[in-house]
Design a protein around this ligand. Structure first.
Ligand code: AMP
Length: 190
């Protein structure tokens, strides 16, 4: 059985977005990236965008209630009925608990949390390179350090959260993209 209600977890720069794209292509299920949705809201100048752009620019988490609202609305849309790949949500234990409630209301459960692991210095190098290539507003060295610290303090506890629930699969996120994609794909089986 292939798990289709998935969460990709891991520190900034580990390649969650890249691996999510591979899974979309292979499993034909949509990716739900709260980061992308929030960046779109900022670009469109919506009230949510106005409220959140400062946090994003600094590399801090936007308040739980805002991002939970965004995720709840997206998860209620019809294209996610057959499955989804969550990328960048949840990022706090409060968000993970909210996700459990949202999915419970929809009558489904998260089937697998794929946690990508990598050496942190390597990740900072990757993020600085991406900053040069893409010019993302939240990719300067100070923001990158903040995002790494925020990950450790607020998001890393989710590894234990999902281990306790028996849905965690840890995957080595270092190597060729194809190689990592094969490991991630393997983690969605069984
Ligand atoms: P990402 O593209 O996933 O790295 O997200 C970019 C930024 O959006 C983060 O640094 C946060 O400021 C914000 N963000 C995205 N998802 C969340 C979330 N689940 N909780 C809080 N903030 C988030």
């Amino acid at each position: 059985m292939t798990a289709t209600r998935l969460l990709l977890l891991g520190p900034p720069g580990v390649g969650k977005g890249t691996q999510a794209q591979r899974l979309i292509d292979e499993l034909s299920i949509p990716q739900i990236s709260t980061g992308e949705m929030l960046r779109a809201a900022v670009a469109a100048g919506t009230p949510i965008g106005e409220d959140t752009k400062g946090y994003m620019k600094r590399g801090e988490l936007v308040p739980d209630e805002v991002v939970i609202g965004v995720a709840r609305e997206r998860l209620g849309q019809s294209d996610v009925a057959g499955g989804f790949i969550l990328d960048g949500f949840p990022r706090t234990v409060a968000q993970a608990e909210a996700l459990d409630r949202i999915l419970g209301d929809l009558g489904v459960k998260l089937e697998r949390c794929v946690a990508l692991t990598a050496d942190e210095d390597e990740l900072v190098r990757r993020l600085l390179l991406r900053a040069e290539q893409q010019g993302r507003a939240d990719d300067n060295e100070e923001t990158i350090r903040t995002r790494m610290r925020v990950y450790h303090e607020q998001t890393a506890p989710l590894v234990a959260y999902y281990r306790e629930r028996g849905v965690l699969a840890e995957v080595d996120g270092v190597g060729e993209i194809d190689e990592i994609a094969a490991r991630v794909r393997g983690a969605t089986e069984g």
